[in-house]
Design a protein around this ligand. Structure first.
Ligand code: 6PG
Length: 248
């Protein structure tokens, strides 16, 4: 299914549209499958979306009792570490909404062996999520960001993680990040019913021009490998989209 690209004048309108998309995905998933399984992205861009979802009127629009929060990736740090995606999600969202603790599934970044954390998270995914036709655990909504180097989740170019296809979660030491990372792999990302990439800021403009603006590269970057069976939406702010052709 082709990707849809929407450009918003500023980050606030981008996040309001993303909150509306989350509400719609959640309602569809709960109505059709009885639960809403969403994978959060990390970094700084999604923080404001999470805070918006934890505030009125969005908070009360959502059925938290049927929502399961997962993580697209995690840094190999303790859950209270400043770099932890889990900590960011707690501060912005999870500490402010009536989510049963058993429905928050974090990646155990504190484990001495990141590969063991990946295996434990994979087991939780496989025990809990429905399966897509080719067998991968299937999310209802996959939130992703994009780095200026074309990484997404923790699928960094050269890390070996973008090439993993035989398991749903993998870990590697990522030179660019200077740390071990644990990440969902492409088969799981591409099995999702809905993928929403939130990209904001001028530092993403040149990579977006490559990813969205020209023919597929011969050596695709990780974010260029996102091609789910489901629906892919790119939500961009004006600064990130400024090198793209004018949109109709
Ligand atoms: C992470 C994210 C990562 C992020 C991009 C963009 O753990 O850091 O999963 O893939 O989405 O690096 O990050 P910003 O939103 O901070 O630019």
């Amino acid at each position: 299914m082709a990707a849809q690209v929407r450009v918003f004048s500023d980050v606030d309108t981008l996040n309001a549209a993303a909150a509306r998309h989350w509400v719609d995905c959640a309602a569809d998933a709960i109505a059709q499958r009885g639960a809403f399984h969403v994978a959060l992205s990390g970094g700084s861009t999604p923080r404001r979306l999470y805070a918006l979802l934890a505030s009125e009127p969005w908070r009360d629009h959502l059925d938290w009792s049927h929502t399961h929060i997962w993580f697209g990736d995690e840094r190999a740090v303790a859950p209270d570490h400043p770099d932890s995606n889990y900590r960011m999600a707690c501060e912005a969202l999870l500490d402010h909404v009536p989510l049963p603790v058993s429905q928050v599934h974090r990646i155990e970044g504190e484990l001495p062996d990141a590969t063991e954390a990946a295996q434990r998270y994979a087991a939780a995914l496989e025990d809990t999520l429905p399966r897509a036709s080719e067998g991968a655990p299937q999310f209802d909504l996959m939130l992703l960001g994009m780095g200026p180097d074309g990484h997404t989740a923790s699928l960094f170019p050269g890390s070996g993680l973008p090439e993993v296809r035989d398991r749903p979660v993998a870990a590697a030491y990522v030179e660019q990040a200077g740390m071990w990372r644990i990440s969902l792999t492409l088969p799981v990302i591409n099995a999702a019913h809905q993928v929403l990439l939130l990209v904001a800021g001028a530092d993403k403009a040149s990579m977006l021009a490559r990813v969205l603006g020209q023919a597929p590269a011969t050596e695709p970057l990780p974010v260029e490998l996102i091609a789910p069976q489901g629906d892919t939406q790119w939500f961009l702010d004006g600064a990130a989209a400024r090198q793209l052709e004018a949109h109709d």
